[in-house]
Design a protein around this ligand. Structure first.
Ligand code: PLP
Length: 389
């Protein structure tokens, strides 16, 4: 079969592959602690589920407008305006099945051979995959442990030039949990303006934050017109399986993204969108409880990792991932992650699943109970001690 060349440039997300390997071990009777997958282990809040069911019963089971139903676009515009302190009109909002298509469609709409895109590394693997797929050149901006995994803005300035079409920022970040400060964002905004680059601000973890507060790059002068803001419901409201995300676009870009929606998925299921309206406008206590529980787990996990000789873990300021340095084990991170899975029964992801600058680290998702995290820590400790003798 003669497959299109661009397919050889399309990457993937290792989390799904490790999940499959962990499930295969479970099928053989092994007990595995799952710290590999990036989704909250909480139920979608009951009021949100009810709104979805009500919409199904009311007949919202047909095609709906490609950019999203007016009610949800209006609520998203209101929510983004209030949380980012900017003016947003509902026309700028495009709703998609999950937030991932926002990065897919934005990169497709903007990037072509000859363009460069600067993206965080280690970072969400789909950035690099989509940049390469579109034929543009991926330019990794390293995230370093010594800077609590915040982008080094001086280094970034050296990576951006007049060929740079897009700069991707992700704060709070996956996989490291780093959170950019207001000053970091201001410096990134200056670089973007200087080189007339657009910014894709992936703010999917904006409401899962433990230290300081979330700042958006859209808040700086001249930035709303050059920023695509990506956010969604998957993480904030434990709605990964509903598939509901959105982008807020500069006005001239929104109709083009809508055309990509029409050409690919047609629309996002309307009943899911009604659940989204309830998530944004209904009570927020379930979300707050979830974040507090994540904080408790983070503290247990990070303290436990730092107590294991040979490991070191920065305290992540947001998201729900720990990204410990495992260089002290003397193993490459992929080998360490494999041994953790096969010998210790703990599923994690090698740092290199998130790009070459992830070597020396593994990602642990703390979307699991404190009891299981304690058990995982004991198992990791046993393996690391075995490696040291
Ligand atoms: N952006 C980042 C940084 C993520 O980690 C994820 C999901 O893991 C997404 C976007 C996509 O989220 P969704 O499940 O809504 O497509």
């Amino acid at each position: 079969m003669r497959i299109a060349k661009c397919m050889s440039r399309l990457g993937t997300e290792t989390a799904f592959e490790v999940l499959a390997r962990a499930k295969a071990l479970e099928a053989q009777g092994r007990e595995i602690i799952h710290l590999e997958i990036g989704e909250p282990d909480f139920d979608t809040p009951a009021n949100v589920v009810e709104a979805g069911v009500k919409a199904l019963r009311a007949g919202y089971t047909h095609y709906s407008p490609s950019p999203g139903i007016a009610e949800l676009r209006t609520e998203i515009a209101r929510h983004v305006a209030a949380t980012r302190h900017i003016d947003v009109s509902a026309d700028q909002v495009v709703v998609t099945p999950g937030a991932k298509p926002i990065m897919f469609f934005s990169i497709l709409a903007l990037c072509e051979p000859g363009d460069e895109v600067v993206y965080p590394n280690p970072g969400f693997p789909i950035y690099e995959s989509m940049i390469s797929f579109a034929g543009a050149t991926p330019v990794p901006a390293p995230l370093r442990e010594s800077r609590q995994f915040r982008l080094d803005v001086d280094e970034l300035a050296g990576l951006v030039n007049d060929r740079t079409k897009l700069i991707i920022v992700n704060s709070p970040g996956n996989p490291c949990g780093g959170v950019l400060t207001k000053r970091d964002l201001e410096a990134i905004a200056d670089v973007a303006r200087k080189h007339d680059a657009l910014v894709l601000a992936d703010e999917i973890y904006s409401r899962i934050i433990y230290e300081g507060e979330h700042h958006s790059i859209t808040g700086f002068p001249g930035m709303p017109e050059r920023t695509i803001l990506l956010d969604g419901f998957s993480k904030t409201y434990a709605m990964t399986g509903w598939r509901l995300g959105y982008g807020v676009f500069p006005p001239e870009l929104a109709p083009l993204i809508t055309r990509l929606v029409t050409n690919s998925v047609s629309c996002t299921p309307a009943f899911t969108q009604w659940a989204g309206v309830e998530a944004l406008t209904g009570p927020q206590d379930a979300r707050r409880r979830m974040v507090e529980e994540f904080r408790r787990r983070r503290d247990v996990l990070v303290a436990g990792l730092n107590a294991i000789p040979g490991l070191h873990c920065e305290l992540p300021a947001g998201a729900f991932y720990a990204f410990p340095n495992v260089q002290g084990t003397g193993l490459q991170c992929r080998t360490f992650a494999d041994r953790l899975l096969y010998e210790a029964g703990v599923a994690t992801l090698a740092g290199t699943s998130f790009g070459k600058h992830g070597e020396g680290f593994v990602r642990l998702s703390y979307a699991n109970s404190v009891e299981n995290l304690q058990k995982a820590l004991d198992r990791i400790d046993t393996l690391v001690r075995k490696l040291r003798v």
